[in-house]
Design a protein around this ligand. Structure first.
Ligand code: SF4
Length: 468
């Protein structure tokens, strides 16, 4: 599906058309285009006309009194809405998130409030977001409450363990099977330890208080108990919250949980993704449904706060099967349940197979209704490109059990000191409403070889004032 636009930000327009037509492509000649979006300017008023044949939709916005950044945001918002209106008219289909693409809706709500606008009205009337999704954003903001207030001079520490026991078919992460990367595991642990020690000592020198520690991956528990002990021994602080994304039930055992507990870890994830064995087999998870129950019980016997992830839209999982997964998860009473919508990203096996999920909207609706009824509240959300039916990922928690690290990173309100492969350090420059980043290597070998460079790069990010 071809689109022509003279708008300064053509990919934003393409992203909206992709909500309706996955193959949407920009073309440089208007005559070749099925859709077009043009901008005309009259003083401070910008008009956007979206056209397909004889059908046209127009949106106008007056940018009088705005600074350059605000003006760009407004123009993007209205340009996207013009093409969205046209596509709704042509297809008769409304998207749950309207014309919103690639944005964190809670952050947008904050920004609209800062602009002096009624964010709910903007969501529903200007951006085309459904009432239901607008309510979801409202509930998330309410659940987060004061947890959004993060003190100046603090940061969270992220530690990446890029190994897994096998590759899930929906995964695009750069993690590798631990058996295949065996000879790099030890050098990686040594490089990571150096990174963690240097980072924590840098934080001390700079008076940056490390608030939360989060081990993610990959699957951190694909390492042995001894290896985890060795890495965690470098964490010589007592964080407010200490989380390890254990993830795969088949990597969890008594000895590893014992090490985690010894080091003060309070939260872990045991991620079923589904409670249907045939689906686990279809997505390449090498564990059983029985493992999920057993490892959950084991984790609870240690007293950990436990999160469980589910994915809506997995291959071979029907709506009824997904409902069963949700019901089983709730019956275990985990402290958090995160419901992901399948996102088919480049590099995943499912993407290569051109897999298309169905009934995902129904599945997500079911999970929300059941989780609300069971006393869970949504507390963070993020959306990605390529998500089935343009939906969202939502983390639900029982009262008082929200994960602080997740709120900080998803809302982009906390600074992150990141160690390890595929980890990105972030610094929130709130006065300028932007984020600076320093990314480590995506692959294990480059990270090991250029370890010192990545550590230096991270320090540079945090060297200039102010630390916010
Ligand atoms: S366990 Fe997680 S990181 Fe590892 S392959 Fe599966 S989805 Fe990817």
């Amino acid at each position: 599906m071809s689109i022509y636009t003279d708008f300064q930000y053509p990919t934003e327009i393409q992203d909206v058309v992709k909500l309706f037509f996955a193959d949407a492509e920009l073309v440089s000649d208007r005559a070749d285009a099925r859709f077009s979006l043009e901008e005309t300017v009259n003083g401070t008023v910008y008009a956007y006309t979206a056209r397909s044949g004889d059908i046209a939709e127009e949106r106008k916005v007056d940018c009088n009194g705005t600074d350059e950044l605000q003006s760009i945001r407004l123009r993007k918002r209205y340009a996207k809405m013009a093409i969205y209106d046209l596509l709704v008219k042509l297809t008769g289909i409304q998207m749950p998130w309207g014309s919103l693409t690639g944005i964190r809706p809670t952050k947008l709500a904050d920004r609209l409030v800062a602009e002096g606008l009624d964010w709910r009205a903007c969501f529903t009337d200007v951006l085309g977001v459904s009432e239901e999704k607008t309510r979801l954003v409202e509930d998330i903001i309410r659940t987060q409450g004061d947890l959004r207030n993060i003190s100046k001079g603090t940061a969270d520490l992220y530690v990446g363990i890029p190994f897994c026991v096998s590759r899930c078919s929906y995964c695009s992460f750069t993690s590798g099977e631990i058996d295949r990367l065996k000879k790099y595991v030890e050098p990686y642990i040594q490089a990571l330890k150096k990174d963690i020690r240097a980072t924590l000592s840098f934080a001390r020198e700079r008076n940056i208080a490390v608030r939360n520690v989060y081990f993610g991956g990959g699957t951190p528990t694909s390492l042995s108990a001894k290896q985890l002990d060795e890495i965690m021994s470098c964490i010589d602080i007592v964080p407010t919250e200490y989380t390890v994304e254990a993830g795969r039930p088949d990597t969890v055992d008594y000895d590893k949980l014992d090490v985690l507990r010894k080091h003060g870890v309070g939260r872990i994830s045991i991620n079923p993704q589904t409670f249907n064995q045939s689906v686990l087999d279809a997505i390449g998870r090498k564990h059983t449904v029985r493992d999920i129950y057993d490892k959950y019980d084991l984790a609870k016997s240690f007293g950990f706060t436990v999160n469980m992830d589910l994915i809506a839209g997995l291959p071979t999982e029907t709506y009824e099967m997904f409902c069963h997964s949700v019901d089983e998860a709730i019956a275990l009473h985990p402290d958090n349940v995160t419901v992901h919508t399948l996102a088919l990203k480049h590099g995943s096996i499912l993407k290569e197979q051109s897999y298309r999920a169905s009934d995902v909207g129904k599945m997500v609706d079911y999970s929300r209704q059941r989780l609300y009824a069971a006393g869970y509240m949504p507390y963070y959300m993020y959306r990605q490109k390529y998500m089935a039916e343009n939906l969202e990922n939502v983390g639900y928690c029982k009262s008082g059990k929200a994960c602080l690290y997740n709120i900080g990173i998803m809302e982009e309100i906390s600074d992150i000191l990141a160690c390890g492969t595929n980890a990105i350090s972030k610094r929130v420059i709130s006065s300028e409403n932007r984020i600076e980043r320093a990314a480590n290597a995506k692959d294990v070998i480059t990270y090991i070889e250029r370890n010192s460079d990545y550590i230096e790069r991270k320090f540079k990010l945090f060297e200039s004032e102010p630390v916010v």
